[in-house]
Design a protein around this ligand. Structure first.
Ligand SMILES: C[S@@+](CC[C@H](N)C(=O)[O-])C[C@H]1O[C@@H](n2cnc3c(N)ncnc32)[C@H](O)[C@@H]1O
Length: 267
């Protein structure tokens, strides 16, 4: 099972919120049911960051269900200040089981979930959403674009290994990795949904050294795990050392590509 440290989810929250597409939120608003309360499910909710981004845009009388299989994260999610107008509950559930199909909601949301799941799971999830005729906003799926600045001669080697890691099984079976947003969008559009995608890139500036250091450590670890061979491991170690030195001197910045997907049912 994949576990996500609370400190990492907290660290990324500001970058997540800054990256997310405001245009897709505006487009979603026109498609929401007028009846209140608005029942919203957040799949793979973690500490509830996705709700804290979206809820302030959705008006009064919202009922959110934060769904995750990590009870510790859900418990911590309840310790954050709840956005105005939100009634909140948590649901411990393993999304690999099909129990989520029994949920009765008006809006489906995810944030940073789709690149963890398998291609089959994405299609089943899309089918359930379409069967229920629900709008869906699936945010922050990595799309494989990673640009460290300034460039380093070993960037490509490290990225090749990192990309291989993104295709591994993160609990749901082999992942479509950077193609996950497209796979999800295709599954929705095959069912007649109107799908809009928008870039939602993390822009991590030179002054954000704690986040850059997390990204460096995570990238090096994943790349080393995914690539066999002493030469490659040495290259990754050399890259890490140089990048760490650059981060310490505030010379390094990073852009990580993500896509947000909005799916609206046929009217
Ligand atoms: C990258 S984190 C994103 C968390 C949160 N949405 C955010 O943006 O901060 C992925 C989340 O998916 C949850 N997750 C992973 N596998 C799961 C599963 N099988 N069932 C339910 N949740 C799962 C993790 O516990 C984690 O909270």
């Amino acid at each position: 099972m994949n576990t996500f440290a609370a400190h990492w989810l907290k660290r990324r929250e500001a970058f997540d919120h800054a990256a997310r597409s405001k245009a897709l939120v505006t487009a979603l608003l026109g498609a929401l049911p007028k009846a209140k309360p608005l029942r919203v499910a957040a799949f793979g909710a973690g500490l509830g960051s996705g709700m804290r981004f979206l809820a302030p845009h959705l008006g009064p009388d919202q009922r959110w269900t934060l769904i995750d299989n990590d009870l510790s994260l859900l418990r911590q999610a309840l310790t954050f200040e709840t956005p105005h107008g939100v009634a909140l509950k948590t649901l411990e559930m393993d999304l690999r089981e099909s129990d989520y199909r029994a949920l009765d909601v008006d809006l489906v949301t995810t944030q940073a979930l789709l690149d963890l799941v398998s291609a089959d799971w994405l299609v089943d999830f899309a089918d359930w959403i379409c069967d229920k005729n629900l709008p869906v906003l699936a945010a922050l799926t990595v799309d494989g674009r990673v640009n460290w600045h300034p460039p380093h001669p070993l960037d490509q080697t490290v990225q090749r290994c990192f990309r291989a890691h993104q295709l591994t099984d993160r609990g749901f079976g082999a992942s479509p990795g950077p193609m996950a947003a497209q796979a999800f969008a295709l599954a929705l559009s095959k069912r007649g949904y109107t799908v809009t995608m928008a870039r939602a890139d993390w822009k991590i500036g030179r002054q954000s050294s704690p986040m850059l250091t997390e990204m460096l450590t995570g990238t090096a670890l994943a790349a080393t795990e995914a690539c066999a061979g002493i030469t490659t491991a040495q290259s990754i170690a050399e890259w890490s050392q140089d990048r760490a030195a650059g981060i310490a001197k505030s010379e390094v910045s990073l852009c990580v590509g993500h896509l947000d997907v909005l799916g609206l049912p046929p009217s």
